[in-house]
Design a protein around this ligand. Structure first.
Ligand code: SAM
Ligand code: SF4
Length: 334
């Protein structure tokens, strides 16, 4: 039986896109300070009453599942800073209708959570690592934690338990010369390396400082290094997907800025502060935390999802100008 009558219809927007994938930022806090994401001083410790607790998230996922969401990704901030992260994964996996539960993490605390996450049924993990060089890692993230993250990545891959993708934000003059190192990493590791375009969401707008590297340039760098690249099909956001002959892993380019994926967008996002946003470029969002804690939460929250999805723009990039953009991906989880 559904939680309410209002919840049992799929979420479909004005342009016929069915929403089946929810990205939930479970915290805004982070143990790194990636230069393209947040400043050293970035404020990310909201009061507990403005944070989604375990029960809030579990209920939220039940309501999302009732409205047709099948896939959930936990992100942040850094989701492994939550001690209940494995509990959240387990509960999401046990929610009727949810078919896939994944996580995006910087991997710093993976050694503490890996066994319980796998035991809870986690289906897939994306680990963000923009360089394979310790000093560069320190410069990009402002923390000297490369050795820990690399060890955690190796342990995760050695487990061969779930598909793993590496998120690598490409920046001119920062890590653009490391394409071959990352490709070499795929030789003996069954991992997909995702070379990602920088997006215009950060306190200091570093994407305006000449570090942006677009799809065409990334592809050119790849082709220069590997003329024998074999393109193959990737997921809908993986624009250019390929592998090297005989290599265990593969790679892809995610042109999050220069290519427009809006027409295929099936996503809804929940921010760490408990708002729902129907589009990455939507700055405001609609507050759902008070509704989630009300007596008829299921009805009210499902109605809010419908309103949010009705407002989903056909093309998010036409929404507002630079002034209106978020100042960090950490609130919305990328
Ligand atoms: N802390 C976790 C992590 O870093 O994986 C999860 C949250 S983080 C906001 C999710 C993803 O967004 C990461 O892969 C990160 O590299 C990416 N990201 C953050 N700011 C970005 C930006 N300005 N442009 C492109 N990607 C960005
Ligand atoms: Fe933290 Fe992830 Fe942002 Fe880096 S990208 S500062 S790890 S939230």
């Amino acid at each position: 039986m559904s939680l309410t009558d209002n919840t049992s219809h799929p979420l479909v927007d004005r342009f016929g896109r069915t929403i089946s994938y929810a990205r939930i930022a479970v915290t805004a806090r982070c143990n790194l300070r990636c230069s393209y994401c947040m400043s050293e001083e970035h404020e990310c410790s909201p009061a507990p009453e403005h944070t989604l607790n375990t029960g809030d998230i579990e209920l939220l996922i039940r309501i999302l599942a009732e409205t047709g969401v099948k896939k959930v990704r936990f992100t942040g901030g850094e989701p492994l800073l939550r001690n209940d992260i494995a509990e959240l994964v387990r509960s999401a996996k046990q929610t009727k209708g949810i078919e896939n539960v994944s996580l995006t993490t910087n991997g710093v605390l993976l050694h503490k959570h890996l066994d319980t996450l796998l035991g809870a049924g986690l289906d897939a993990l994306n680990l963000s690592i923009d360089t394979l060089d310790r000093e560069r890692y320190k410069a990009i993230t402002r923390r000297d934690l490369f050795v820990q993250v690399k060890a955690n990545l190796e342990a995760l891959l050695a487990s061969k338990a779930i598909p793993v993708k590496l998120n690598v934000v490409m920046m001119r003059g920062v890590n653009s010369d490391e394409i071959a190192e990352f490709m070499e990493f795929t030789r003996n590791h069954a991992v997909t390396v995702r070379f990602m375009e920088l997006q215009p969401f950060d306190d200091h707008q570093i994407w305006r400082t000449g570090k942006f590297l677009g799809l065409d340039k990334i592809r050119e760098l790849l082709r220069d290094a590997y003329p024998e690249l074999l393109p193959h099909r990737g997921t809908s956001t993986e624009y250019f997907s390929f592998s090297l002959p005989g290599y265990e892993g593969s790679a892809a380019i995610i042109p999050a800025y220069t290519r427009n994926f809006c027409s295929q967008c099936n996503r809804i996002r929940i921010t760490s502060g408990g708002s729902v946003i129907s589009c990455l470029y939507d700055r405001q969002g609609m507050e759902l935390l008070p509704l989630l804690r009300s007596s008829d939460a299921a009805e009210e929250v499902a109605a809010l999802f419908r309103t949010a999805v009705r407002q989903k723009p056909e093309d998010g990039r036409n929404q507002g100008d630079g002034e209106n953009r978020r100042t960090s991906m950490s609130e919305i989880g990328g």
